[in-house]
Design a protein around this ligand. Sequence first.
Ligand code: TMP
Ligand code: ASP
Length: 248
Amino acid sequence: MNLEKGNLLYRGKAKDIYQTDQQEQVIVKFRDDITAGDGEKKEVMGLKGYYNSLISAKLFTILENAGIKTQFIDLPEPGFMLSHKLEMIPLEVITRNIAAGSLLKRFPFQEGQNFNPPIIQMDFKNDEYHDPMLNDDIILALGLATSDELEIIRKITIKINDVLKNFLETRGLLFPDFKIEFGRDCDDNIVLGDEISPDTCRFWDRETKDILDKDLFRKGESGVIEAYQKVANMILDEEDKKKWSLNF
Ligand code: TMP
Ligand code: ASP
């Protein structure tokens, strides 16, 4: 897809946002850059943007079908997502079903411990401050969101977790935790934005417990792209694969 440089609205660590000729629509370009440690560790991995866009489009579609508002409009081609334009809220909303990752470094939980109900954690999306964990009072004092918005975000997040966990289970995947971000659309509705991909979720093979997400990169292990490809292969329908001529 040919995107004009002048239309670039925002460049993040792994995605670019371009204005389209429709005021309220943008193109999200999924790049092949992969980073960890607030961008300190950095590489380019061919096809990462391709797989992440397909995986995100699939998961957003499943959520839309369950009645959840997302930014997703269409995937005109892999790597490029036509989306509603949102004013993003700088919160990383993390849901944890199984104890893993930073939670184990900070608190005396047991690795693999199940959380029912899941834990919802909100971090400040801010590299300079290293994404610190927030509480409601800090969110309100910083003016990141209103208490009504926080309540809506929590409600939607719980529903997203239920829908995705159930879907992924049918595809042979465990869903230990994930991070999502929300924004406000032109009518100030809270809408799910960003992406849902192996960059932003933990996905484990239900049978083998193999890690199939960015943790491989964070830990310096090999097979990162192969893992992303495997997730795409497990969650996309035959119809999607045919549409994009994917041979797995
Ligand atoms: P954590 O265990 O490192 O806190 O990560 C929790 C979840 O959030 C995990 O699914 C990966 C995701 N995540 C991001 O999407 N961006 C980040 O910067 C970090 C640290 C985690
Ligand atoms: N989002 C963080 C970064 O890009 C890292 C992470 O996902 O672990 O640096």
